[in-house]
Design a protein around this ligand. Sequence first.
Ligand code: CMX
Length: 458
Amino acid sequence: MLARASVAARSAIASAHGAPARSMSGLVDRLTALVPEKQAEKKAVLAAHGDKVLGNVTVSQAYGGARGVQCMVWDTSLLDAEEGIRFRGHSIPELQEKLPKAPGGDEPLPEGLIWLLLTGELPTAEQAKEVTEIMHQRAALPDHVEPMIRAFPKSMHPMTQFSSAVLALQTESKFAQAYKNGVHKTEYWKHTLEDVLDLMAKLPRVAALIYRNTYHDGTIADYDSSLDYSANFNRMLGFNDTNFDELMRLYLTIHSDHEGGNVSAHATHLVGSALSDPYLSFSAGMNGLAGPLHGLANQEVLDWILELQRTFAERNVEVSPETVRDYTWETLNAGKVVPGYGHAVLRKTDPRYTCQREFALKHLPDSELFKIVSSVFEVVPDVLTEHGKTQNPWPNVDAHSGVLLMNYGMTENTYYTVLFGVSRAMGVLSQLFWDRALGMPIERPKSLTTEWIKNKFD
Ligand code: CMX
């Protein structure tokens, strides 16, 4: 049932808030034990290898977006150009196999992933459930955030709303408060952890309010702490299909982290390095995710596919390898990128694409849009190779996600990057916790002028 405003929701969350404190001790206890171990490990690595050379930087790399420059430590995930992402050492198929699932479900619970990203250890079903409880306990929004979202013009892009709402939540920062009170730097991680968990917990309701207010009548379902993170999020968005719940679990898991150099991760890490609290840092990351070459590509892909469908209908042509090939060339000849294809690091099909394709084959094999996505997959890599500029002609995560969301009735593609953002929080905030625990310093690479480069090498 949908209810206006959030009074009922707030009381539902508040009663979850009063749940026994024992439910959060496992994760915090585990991290409390791990922090000194990892601090010692960092010290030992620096003592043994601190003067080893990771690589040289060429002038091309300095002009070329620092591609391939190895100068950051990011423990939650690692990207291999050929194989794709591993989260704390586990590939996506391994996560699908090893992470706890919802009763009767096949896809991993993102709550289990949060445990894995934070601790580096695969959780038991009990531990994943504990994270679900932690999320429910911390989900209540401060009073000023919901009216602020409701006051935004519907024409404001959902990512602008999302980033602004995260900034508005910053009034709740326990790190900022502790810092103001003069907390000792060895205690930073404890307050950062509070913010990291609070923020992950609050994002679904923020995101759902944006969705309901921008595209619907503003009503939003009561918060239901009897459900897992993804199913409750779907109910608040207004969807009540258990297959969509499965998709949401998969979606939130695979978009969470992609090592540290991508724009959203790096921006969060960079801003956090100034000891800006997790709210300020994550909001910065979301401003980067909102760029069309990064997270907004999921919105662009669907525009491209729907435009293809419209154009073909107007021209009265069938979707076939030849027609999709011609359409792709039209895009390239117009000086535009083919959204959803290419990657700064990957050189093969993104396994995040592959697992979404498998989901589609299982749940929506007859969808017309899925058939278009499959035809595009057959043709575009060849066209991009022939075009000759792209270093990686293969599809990335964004090439598939929109068609799955459309299938379950989420047709508003300008919203899609917000879902990416809710997921991305899990990776970048887990790493931000470790940045604080390991005492990572303020980030400050050296820049050079063109004049300096010419003087040195001419
Ligand atoms: N369509 C057309 N041209 C492309 C292309 C694509 N899909 N991918 C790369 N190119 C072009 C680049 O624009 C660049 O052209 P210029 O030399 O004229 O600048 C050239 O090929 C070389 O680029 P690259 O080294 O292969 O790729 P980059 O590391 O510079 O960029 C990326 C990577 C993702 C920005 C790029 O592939 C792209 O724009 N893809 C489409 C947008 C997209 O899907 N982004 C989402 C990525 C995943 C994510 O972050 O969410």
